[in-house]
Unconditional design. Structure first.
Length: 177
């Protein structure tokens, strides 16, 4: 699959945040119970995995295959956020080229994923996510690795809340730009 090596800007991060917000709005409209439980429990949205690594990449060697955008919620006591729920959206701009196999999309695929977690510190989404990722990084390879293990293998960049746009959550030790 071809990759784009164009630089991801803060404006691109804002576009991804808007796509994620629209997806959550649509999900909560269609799935009323999920909306009732989770519409007020969002504490962070992040660009994750390969595209986030590309955002940090000094050499430009990683590239962008697609965008993985994760919405993180404080878990509701009634039930966790539907962990298998993933939606694919169009970036809507061909700046990064097109994802092969999606002829109806104008730009790259944006995979939208949600996760809920316990013990959330809403005042510090960075600390909450780092704790979650540290737990994942400490896991040993097994037949079914948890998602936090997978996320901890690459990078995580906040795109919401707005005031933390572009904040490097993972890796914890910042790379030199």
């Amino acid at each position: 699959m071809s990759r784009s090596f164009k630089k991801i800007t803060k404006q691109d991060l804002q576009r991804l945040a808007a796509i994620a917000k629209e997806d959550r709005k649509d999900l909560f409209r269609r799935r009323a119970k999920t909306g009732r439980l989770y519409k007020n429990r969002l504490f962070a949205v992040a660009l994750c995995q390969g595209a986030a690594l590309h955002y940090l990449n000094l050499t430009g060697a990683n590239g962008i295959k697609d965008f993985d955008v994760w919405s993180f919620f404080e878990e509701h006591p009634e039930r966790p956020f539907p962990y298998r729920r993933t939606y694919r959206a169009d970036f809507g701009d061909d700046k990064f080229g097109k994802t092969e196999g999606f002829p109806h999309f104008r730009g790259r695929v944006v995979d939208l994923i949600g996760r809920s977690m316990k013990n959330v510190n809403r005042a510090s989404p960075v600390d909450t996510l780092r704790r979650y990722l540290r737990q994942g990084a400490a896991k040993r390879k097994a037949s079914r690795m948890p998602w936090n293990w997978h996320l901890a293998q690459k990078a995580v960049i906040l795109i919401e809340p707005d005031e933390l746009l572009g904040t490097i959550v993972w890796p914890e030790k910042p790379l030199t730009r």
